[in-house]
Structure formats: structure tokens, C-alpha cells
Write a protein that binds this ligand. Structure first.
Ligand SMILES: [Fe+2]
Ligand SMILES: [Fe+2]
Length: 471
């Protein structure tokens, strides 16, 4: 482990002068990007952040005050445990690749660039949120997520530089040039061009969109390309915190919504300055339906290829499955035949995107059950939040040509349009949510639309001075 190098790392960068020089050349461009596109208005402040300093389970993170531009973005791979084999697809038991196999070079580069592009994209989407933070605790968590997405970009750029030569260096430059939402140079995936300019959307993003990231990283952590597997394994440890921010953030807003509904003589949470539960449900519908797109087509020959070759496995391929070839097995896929939803058997390999999406949906439903417990605990009855059907409100894949209710029933276009304002955020809802986004920067205080967290960060009290303003 070297923390004294210009770039902290556990990949022995010092012994590869050429790679080190290439990364040192990229570093100032990264910092320029961070200053331009990172959190606006807080770059000089001291933020209480954790920095990755090792990959040991026990002590990888160090907490201290740091100015964000001074954050030590580093390169960490989970160490190898003995000989790894590919473990799934057409060539099980074949030794993993330490170098990029020539025939899969293009595919692998595309997978890495697509993953990499999401990391700076989310920082760009969130760059103005600090100005309306509901508390110092949340402000600090936002910045923690932002610097770690920056580190994930480093992790992917390291792979591009080390294994893809000149093409890789060009891709690494391009990652700093695309911009979320830009008409001419947008980010690659559409969700990452969506605006995330209020905190309800931020928490939904961290809950639903980042969670897609978890499952993609998990599938890549099974990869036969060993450096990618080890990079994504360590990214997952950081990602867990982002998901925590999303899930608990929504939970705290739900808690406040339930309390405010009960406290108001007309059961009007908005009259109490909170965000009402039906509005929260609309944001869930919007963000969930946007995030499920990221898993790709339901029936996909690309997904079958990635699995066959050994590039991308299933979530917990080893823990969860007995057989790893995906052959002579089928997946019961709901398809649309003659105006009705029917079950069709699809060869399992072609359904790998759907298999991953299943794990994701189950995870989202688990979180939603927790939110409903929070509503019940507050004493409110008669309202439950729901994760909509994955068929609802889709723009891509085989359900995109039809309309479905949040319950997943096939409905007419006009039926959908009639209910649009009930199911999805309206302009009026967006205006209301934006109107309650007033900053609260006093330690321990919370905006009226969110409950305090159960506890502070890493043993600190909730009223800890997580951000020290210099201005
Ligand atoms: Fe990330
Ligand atoms: Fe993340």
C-alpha cells in the first residue's frame, strides 16, 4: 500500500513508470473537471469525509476534515485470493485473464467505459444540491458520495490506462469531456442525463439508480477479466454507503410525511411543510421505472454473449447458484401476446439481464417494506408505498411499446394518460418539492420535510459539525 505516492494505490504503481506517468498526466485534467463540475460553492470548506486508505475489511477507511479538491483519490483493487477461475459460461475452470484477451478487447472496453461514464455523470447531476441541503449531516453525505464517485472514475480510468493502451487513454480523456444533460456531448446512459436538482430526487437516485450500479458491479465482480473483478469488488464496499444514503434518506422523508399527515387537522402533510406520501409514491414510480431501464433488454443476445464468454456473471454467481453454464435452463418471461401478458420460456442465457433485474427488484421491495413499517410505526394507517411493476412507464425494452398500470396490467394509452398525473410527478408536484428545498446549515437542525437520522456518521452525534464553512 502506498499512500505517499502522488496517487495513493495498492497496485504498485511506482514500479510501472509508464502507467504512473500516464495517470499523472490525467490527474490535473481530472482536478480541472472536479473544480468545474463537482459540488458548486463548497470547494474551500472543510468536510468531514472518509478516505479509502487500504482494502482490509477492518480498517480501509479514515475519517477527517478535508477540502474536497485535496481528497486523496486512489486506486485500490481487492487482493487476489489464490488462483481464480472464470467460474461460469462456456469455459468454467479456465484460469482468469490478467490481461485483456484480444478477441474481447472491444467488448470489455465498452463495458468499462459505460460503467466509468456513470461515475462523473452523477457528480455533475448533483453539483448544485449543496445549496439546498436539509442538514449538515446530509450535506456531508452528499459530498461523500460525490468524492467516491470520483474515486470510482479513477478505478475505471486505471483499467483503461493499464490495459487498453492508446485507445484507453483517449477514452479516459473523453470521460472528462462528456457532460450530463449536454445536447452535443451527453453522458452515455439516459438516466444519467436526467436532472437531479432537488433532494427528494437525490435520495431516489441513490436508492434506485445507484442500486442498479450495485448489481452491475456485482455481475462484473464475477468477471473473468481479473483486474475488473477486483476493481469492482472494492467499489462495492463504497457503493454500500451510497445505497444507505438513498434508502435511509427516503425512509426519513417517509417518516416525516406520516408524522405531518397525522399532525395536520386536515391530514395535509404539505400544510406542515412536509412532502406528502402520494407525492413520494410518484417519485418512486418515476425513479424506479427509469432505473430498471439500465439493466438492458429483457431478451438479449449481448447478455448471453457476456455470460458465455465469462465477462459478466450473475449477482452472487458462486454463492447462489449450483450450475454455472446457464445451458438447458429456461426463464419464464412475461411477454405480450395478442393483447395479454403471458409467460414465455426463454433460454436462460438470453434472459441474464432479467435475472439481474429480478435481484434488483427484490432488493427494492425489501426497502419499500421498511418504509411501510416506518409509516405504521408513526401510527398512520390506510397508506402503503409500493414498488411499481417493472413494466410500468418503460421507454426501452419489450414493454416500451405498451402501456401498463403500476400493478403491471396491460392498459390502453388513454387509460395511462388519464392517470399520468396520479402516477407520475406533475409540474405542480415538482414546483412544490422545489419550494420546500431551503438550506439548513446549523449543526443538528433538519429541514421540516425530513426526520433526523437515527444516528450520526461513524459514532459522531447527529449535531456534529460535519462541514466547516470557510466563506
Ligand atoms: Fe460509483
Ligand atoms: Fe454510487
Amino acid at each position: 500500500m502506498s499512500l505517499t505516492d502522488s496517487i495513493p494505490n495498492n497496485v504498485d504503481l511506482g514500479s510501472d513508470r509508464k502507467l504512473l506517468r500516464a495517470l499523472e498526466k490525467w490527474q490535473p485534467n481530472f482536478l480541472d473537471w472536479w473544480r468545474d463540475m463537482g459540488p458548486e460553492g463548497f470547494q474551500e470548506d472543510d468536510i468531514w469525509l472518509r478516505t479509502a486508505i487500504s482494502v482490509d475489511a477492518g480498517g480501509w477507511a479514515h475519517y477527517d476534515y478535508v477540502r474536497m479538491p485535496d481528497y486523496r483519490w486512489g486506486i485500490f483493487l481487492t487482493p487476489r485470493e489464490g488462483e481464480r477461475t472464470i467460474g461460469f459460461g462456456d469455459n468454467p475452470n479456465q484460469k482468469v485473464w490478467d490481461e485483456v484477451p484480444g478477441e474481447f478487447r472491444g467488448l470489455l472496453r465498452r463495458i468499462i467505459v459505460t460503467q466509468a461514464d456513470t461515475e462523473p455523470a452523477s457528480v455533475e447531476q448533483q453539483r448544485l444540491l449543496g445549496k439546498t441541503a436539509p442538514s449538515l449531516y446530509d450535506l456531508r453525505n452528499l459530498f461523500q458520495v460525490n468524492v467516491e464517485e470520483g474515486r470510482h472514475l479513477w478505478a475505471m480510468v486505471h483499467l483503461l490506462h493499464q490495459y487498453f493502451g492508446r485507445d484507453g487513454r483517449e477514452e479516459a480523456e473523453a470521460l472528462l469531456q462528456r457532460r450530463s444533460g449536454d445536447v452535443d456531448r451527453p453522458r452515455i446512459l439516459n438516466t444519467f442525463n436526467e436532472r437531479t436538482d432537488e433532494w427528494l430526487s437525490f435520495f431516489m437516485f441513490a436508492m434506485f439508480t445507484d442500486r442498479d450500479g450495485k448489481y452491475q458491479l456485482s455481475a462484473l465482480s464475477e468477471s473473468g477479466f481479473d483486474p475488473l473483478a477486483r476493481a469492482t469488488q472494492f467499489m462495492l464496499t463504497e457503493e454500500a454507503f451510497h445505497l444507505f444514503v438513498g434508502e435511509t434518506g427516503v425512509n426519513r422523508i417517509v417518516q416525516r410525511a406520516a408524522e405531518a399527515t397525522l399532525a395536520d387537522p386536515n391530514n395535509d402533510a404539505r400544510a406542515q411543510g412536509a412532502i406528502d406520501l402520494p407525492t413520494i409514491q410518484k417519485w418512486i414510480n418515476f425513479w424506479f421505472s427509469s432505473a430498471v431501464e439500465l439493466f438492458g433488454g429483457e431478451i438479449s443476445s449481448n447478455a448471453a454473449d457476456y455470460f458465455a464468454i465469462g465477462l459478466k456473471g450473475r449477482h452472487h454467481e458462486h454463492k447462489k447458484y449450483e450450475r454455472h453454464d446457464g445451458l438447458n435452463e429456461v426463464y419464464a418471461m412475461p411477454t405480450i401476446e395478442q393483447g395479454a401478458v403471458r409467460s414465455t420460456e426463454i433460454p436462460l442465457r438470453n434472459a441474464m439481464n432479467e435475472v439481474l433485474r429480478d435481484d434488483y427488484v427484490t432488493d427494492c421491495e425489501r426497502a419499500c417494506a421498511r418504509w411501510n413499517k416506518t409509516i405504521a410505526k408513526a401510527g398512520l394507517t390506510g397508506f402503503e408505498l409500493k414498488i411499481p411493476s417493472r413494466r410500468f412507464n418503460r421507454a426501452m425494452g419489450m414493454y416500451a411499446d405498451f402501456c401498463f398500470s403500476p400493478e403491471g396490467e396491460l392498459i390502453s394509452d388513454s387509460e395511462f394518460e388519464k392517470n399520468r398525473a396520479v402516477w407520475l410527478p406533475t409540474q405542480e408536484d415538482r414546483d412544490y418539492v422545489r419550494s420546500v428545498m431551503q438550506p439548513v446549515y446549523e449543526p443538528g437542525k433538519m429541514a421540516p420535510w425530513i426526520a433526523p437520522p437515527a444516528k450520526g456518521v461513524k459514532g459522531t452525534p447527529v449535531d456534529y459539525e460535519y462541514v466547516k464553512f470557510k466563506g
